[in-house]
Design a binder for this molecule. Structure first.
Ligand SMILES: [Zn+2]
Length: 308
């Protein structure tokens, strides 16, 4: 095995970051091309705020698990109570653009505005200055990456260059990356609109895939980040996936942490010369047999249009 291997608090074999992209209607108007006239699309996004998010927060509260919620500025501006719910429950708020515009689809001036106006909106909604950023649609550009450095962000969570924390470097800017992946996101499995998306997956299939990812993270002593959307995982049938994921991770005594907590923990270790040595000492995970997943199949064929 190559790459960094980390140690985690209290001897945990791996770290688990549960992240929730609280897009709100900005998610469909910013990325998916829906207009405010499309009441069905807007209402599904609102369902995520009024019903889905409280359900997810209740489960996290039940298990005393901290999460990181990435919120576009426009959502914070229109629904400040959502920010209050997240903060009052002890979770981290991360930057997720302003109008949820994909950096790769807008010019440099608009990318700047997305960062600056998103920061302003989160501030006005009462959120602490965010330490982390996640690009809408996970379409980060070198320009926005450079802006993250200029605005003093501690970490990014939009890239897929590794499956553990790493230092990403582009054009003279280096930043801690807490990587993501489509298979660890609920949208490719369950998201659907008249224009995008694929047949809804069975929750059990996603549960198997995510349990397999947990098992691998334990083997390699790494972080695994899961991404959820309130309007998707907040539907009753999908909450089972979250509940079972938490049960499996708790049975294995893994470390649940916000992205900021992970960032603070791994920063020193990324420069530790002993990382390579520790990589040779990895052990197989000790998950209960009942939690070991069956081999999972491929979720979908084709492109994944919107997921973050
Ligand atoms: Zn998003």
């Amino acid at each position: 095995m190559t790459g960094a291997v980390f140690t985690w608090p209290d001897g945990a074999a791996a770290a688990v970051a549960l992240t929730v992209d609280v897009d709100g209607p900005a998610g469909v108007t910013g990325s998916l091309g829906a207009t405010e006239r499309d009441l069905s699309a807007i209402s599904e996004a609102e369902y995520g705020l009024t019903r889905g998010l409280p359900r997810i927060l209740a489960i996290l509260n039940e298990h005393s698990i901290p999460a990181t919620c990435y919120v576009p500025g426009e959502t914070a501006r229109r629904y400040p109570d959502v920010i209050r719910q997240i903060i009052d429950a002890g979770h981290e708020v991360g930057h997720h653009g302003n109008r949820h515009l994909s950096p790769a689809r807008i010019d440099e001036a608009a990318q700047y505005a997305e960062i600056e106006e998103g920061l302003q909106a989160l501030h006005e909604a009462g959120a602490p200055r965010p330490a982390g950023y996640r690009a809408p649609d996970w379409q980060l550009t070198a320009h926005t990456f450079a802006l993250l450095g200029e605005f003093g962000f501690t970490y990014d969570s939009s890239l897929m260059g590794d499956d553990r924390p790493y230092i990403a470097s582009y054009g003279g800017t280096s930043l801690l990356e807490l990587p993501v992946h489509w298979t660890l996101d609920d949208w490719p499995f369950f998201g659907w609109t008249p224009d995008y998306g694929w047949p809804h997956a069975a929750p059990g299939m996603v549960q198997q895939i995510w349990a397999e990812e947990l098992c691998s993270a334990i083997t390699e002593h790494r972080l695994v980040t899961f991404t959820m959307h309130p309007e998707i995982t907040g539907r009753p049938s999908r909450l089972t996936v979250l509940r079972n994921l938490i049960t499996t991770a708790k049975d294995a005594n893994l470390w649940f942490a916000t992205h900021s907590q992970v960032a603070n923990h791994v920063k020193g270790q990324l420069h530790d010369p002993d990382l390579r040595f520790r990589a040779s000492q990895s052990r197989r995970p000790r998950l209960p047999v009942r939690d070991r997943p069956a081999r999972a199949g491929s979720p979908h064929d084709g492109n994944l249009h919107k997921a973050a």
